[in-house]
Design a protein around this ligand. Structure first.
Ligand code: FUL
Length: 468
């Protein structure tokens, strides 16, 4: 009997796998966070809720400028602080008077969320919402059932008035209410509102359910970073941050990490920080520490008192984009001659070439019994290189636990980089080497490895070391 390639079945999923909404989120890689609100006008990071809404008066607010700057920087979405801990709402919420409606801006007729939603649509960006559960203005805060209802009302209002929302960002911060009682949030009810109103949106919090906090606000994941979490043990406010930086190797659910970090020292705009915008080198380091380590990057860019992304930040974002493009100029593995120690069922559908075809929906996979294997590319002529980009085919789970990257020199293989997990994306940086053959040797995987991308680049020689 002739065996056609269709008769070699793809690998079965291994362990927890991502949902459709999580898969779509992974592909965004880099999004912007925008902190803007009453704090912008009081020069504070946390307001106490007693601020006069009349203070909110941006002189030249233009959400199209935010969208343009973010788009040009390669961001795929923007998450806005619709309400921060001070309780001031950037949209005219029907559940409070503490909002733009009571401000002089646009004669009290303005709506920042609406303007941003329109700008995002115009620029092809996704819109996300940050609605702080901690509310230092709302009188019902601390009276748990009453405030939980209020919060759900506001959440539903936001999620049904502004079109599609891609991510809802839940901050775990929780303080005492005016009655001296600590508010007990009804997280399951909050999450249910999101599922009902925006089923395709991912829910972010310290412990997911869809996307977890990376455990620090510096913008880096651990080099070993599982998209897995013992989710039922982690709640918003979870104190063991280090675990979130690596995930749980024995996690029960797929909950990838998102690294939030600000381009300035603070989250909100402060004139005194105009000269403290992160350098391109720092931003590149953050990129390698987040996207390069299997996490999403959420880069905060504060909006100033005019209602604009300040010029120094906009210029820095443009430089960052240019620098990133220079880091990954031409994929040297594309068009190379691929081979592998094992190909699943000897089928062309799972051959080594599938990892270098530029299509992350196709992959190289081995037989089920094989969990250590190599993939080699012959570049035909000696090439300079210093970056390797690896991607597992995550719809079938995260599998690789240890790997090395080697080059051939005079018939001998020499290691140039090594790592543990790969996941959606892992980028390795190493000093420039010259090689005509490069191979990825998977030393250990939990099940047959499945690789969607193996790419090689030659970046300019000016990068700081990746591993800190
Ligand atoms: C924290 C907040 O307390 C900060 O003000 C900021 O919004 C940050 C992103 O999350 O929990």
């Amino acid at each position: 009997m002739m065996l056609g390639c269709a008769s070699v079945p793809p690998p079965a999923p291994y362990g927890p796998v991502p949902s459709g909404r999580q898969l779509a989120w992974h592909e965004l890689e880099t999004c912007a966070f925008v902190h803007f609100g009453i704090n912008t006008f009081t020069d504070r990071e946390w307001g106490d809720g007693r601020e006069d809404p009349a203070l909110f008066n941006p002189t030249a607010l233009d959400c199209r400028q935010w969208a343009r700057v973010c788009k040009e920087a390669g961001m795929k979405g923007i998450i806005l602080t619709a309400k921060h801990h001070d309780g001031f709402c950037l949209w005219p919420s029907r559940y409070t008077e503490h909002s733009v409606e009571k401000s002089p801006w646009r004669g009290g007729k303005g709506d920042v969320v609406r303007e941003l939603a329109q700008a995002c649509q115009e620029y092809g960006l996704k819109l996300g919402i940050y609605l702080s559960p901690w509310d230092r203005h709302e009188p019902s805060y601390g009276d748990s059932p009453r405030y939980n209802q209020h919060y759900q009302n506001q959440l539903r209002e936001l999620l049904t008035s502004y079109g599609e929302i891609f991510e809802v960002w839940f901050d775990g911060a929780c303080g005492e209410g005016p009655n001296g009682k600590r508010q007990v949030y009804d997280w399951p009810a909050f999450f249910e509102v999101v599922r009902q109103c925006q089923p395709q949106a991912v829910i972010f919090s310290d412990g997911g359910p869809d996307v977890r906090w990376v455990g620090n606000e510096k913008g880096f994941a651990n080099p070993t970073n599982w998209c897995l979490l013992r989710r039922d043990e982690v709640w918003p406010g979870y104190p063991r941050f280090a675990e979130l930086t690596t995930g749980h190797a024995d996690g029960t659910h797929w909950v990838p990490a998102e690294a939030d970090v600000s381009i300035r020292p603070g989250w909100f705009y402060h004139p005194a920080e105009d000269s403290a915008v992160k350098t391109v080198e720092e931003l590149l380091e953050i990129y390698y520490g987040s996207v390069g380590r299997n996490a999403g990057l959420l880069l905060n860019v504060p909006v100033d008192r005019r209602g604009l992304i300040p010029e120094p930040d906009a210029a820095r974002l443009r430089e960052f984009r240019r620098a990133l493009e220079a880091e990954f100029p031409k994929n040297l593995a594309k068009g190379a001659k691929p081979s592998a120690s094992n190909v699943r069922g000897a089928s062309p559908r799972f051959s080594a070439g599938r990892a270098i075809d530029g299509d992350t929906r196709t992959y190289w996979a081995t037989d089920d019994s094989v969990t250590a294997a190599w993939l080699e590319v012959d570049l035909r002529t000696p090439q300079e290189l210093n970056r390797v980009v690896l991607q597992e085919y995550i719809p079938l789970g995260q599998r690789v636990e240890q790997f090395v990257v080697e080059i051939e020199k005079g018939g001998m293989w020499r290691q140039v980089a090594e790592g543990t997990t790969i996941g959606y994306k892992r980028i390795l940086t190493f000093p420039t080497v010259v090689a005509s053959k490069v191979r990825l040797r998977i030393v250990r995987a939990r099940a047959c490895p499945i690789l969607a991308n193996f790419a090689l680049y030659r970046a300019p020689d000016r990068r700081p070391a990746e591993e800190k």
